[in-house]
Design a protein around this ligand. Sequence first.
Ligand code: 5GP
Length: 180
Amino acid sequence: MTKLFVISGSSGVGKGTLIKAFLEKHKDFKLSISCTTRSKREGEIDGVNYFFLTQEDFGNCIKNNEFLEWAEFSGNCYGTKKEYVEKCLKRGENLILEIDTKGALNVKKLMPEAHLIFIAPPSFEELEARLRGRHTETEEAIQKRLASIKLEIENSKYFDYKVVNDTIENALAQLEKIML
Ligand code: 5GP
């Protein structure tokens, strides 16, 4: 039986690194590719990291009810296509959705069999330091992200599992216990 996991956590919490480490070890899992209207960061590839859509194309997908869920985050839109998820599961792939907490709760409503996992930072201060350490965003963008962190933590109480990312080794072991 294939399984659907939804992993959420605030920006800078290290969930990307953690998921990458998990996927390298477990080849029978696949990371779902979302659609977004945000611009590409250096090194990102269309169809690999995201499907990069124009505002207009994203709007058309909303109108046509093509998204399993979608959300606006830091002024950009992100969404997961229903058809994409269904195809992956049908092909027998265990799928991981790396999306925000609001999106995760929406997925759970439509697909109650999905397992929701929240990746928590050891502390708020540590998370802020990690976010600034990335040097990929303006101060304004960082402030917006920090403001949304509190909401993410609030939403996480409805999740099935919580993993504290204190060290990558510990967090990966916790993740494996849940997912395997
Ligand atoms: P980033 O711009 O850093 O790649 O992602 C920003 C936020 O968007 C992250 O919290 C990420 O989990 C979330 N995100 C990425 N894809 C999706 C999606 O398909 N749906 C939702 N709701 N959030 C997403």
